[in-house]
Ligand binder design. Sequence first.
Ligand code: PLP
Length: 376
Amino acid sequence: MIYADYNATTPCLPEVADLMRHFLCEDFANPSNRASLSGRRARAGVDTAREQVARAIGATPDEVIFTSGATEAANMAMIGVMQRLLRERPRILTSAVEHPAVCMPADACAQAGADWQEVAVDSQGRIDLNQLEQALRHPTALVCVMAANNETGVLQPLDQVVRLAHEAGALVFADYTQMLGKLPFNVHTDRVDFACFSAHKCYGPKGVGALYKRRGLSLPPLIRGGGQEEGLRSGTENVPGIAGFGLAADLAAREVHSRKAHLQRLTAQLEGLVTVQVPGVVVQSGEADRLPGTSLFSLPRLKGNWLGQLPDVIASSGSACASMQGKPSHVLTSMGVDETTAMRSVRISLGQPTLEADVRHIAKRLIEGAVTLGAV
Ligand code: PLP
């Protein structure tokens, strides 16, 4: 089997797993137990990870809050901001191509009385800045936009989104889940107010992530209890997961240039092979700036599901959430792709372990599938 679903999740690096094992089996004491050496070591593990994540994203350690993943971080920021600002600024804006981790908290805010509006995207999946500007004429608390899309890889014009939002007095939440280790960035220079991250997208463990909260901003607690994570998220810290995330984030940031070059080279190879041999194939968001490593292929004339034609390739049909519900991806339909074509599209997402031979094999299977399904 060839794994080509790295945007869904990545394998844990061995050195990350080794470090986690250390905090599971050796320095396993509660990090709040400062009286014991093991507890102090566990605390040091959390502190080191906070410094590593902060450095990797361009923040300071006090701006990093560990969570169970990007979904929790998005919920914490979005629901928290809207709770605080609902009366003065009832509007919350999201792009039409957000992950459910952002759409569903926005929906919860709407149910609590907020005025949630989705801002349209163009055929490449980029947010419509004119529509955003219009929508910002109403008092808006928060604009939520994905830095890089998990399905198409499209990069949003974050700089312009932030400028428009800030000019209108709104805060910005950006979903960077797919960016870490694929493209360099810095949350301070990007001037975002909140951002979310997830360890399992960058060769760390599942079930751990972080919220970046710009210094000076405050949020109400999401989970109340013993006051961990500055009182925002109580409960004994997931020390092995946090330490693993710290190391994975550190490596991601250190290796970002070589990882990016590897993914760019393989993506060009894959898209080159498929577009030459499959006339009419569309690489979604292919005319826009994209994450390296993400190729979402659509082919309007297919007489069946392309993904089903890849017996030894683990890929996806775009969004795992959408495919689980048997629905077309809202990302593609928002870009103007018809529902049948959206359902039959295939997302190939490559990773650091991917080899050129893997790419040749994936391309071969895609081409054979297109022939079988009568499109070539
Ligand atoms: N945002 C994006 C862009 C994602 O790709 C994902 C993962 O599927 C998430 C958020 C949710 O991340 P997590 O699994 O850490 O909650």
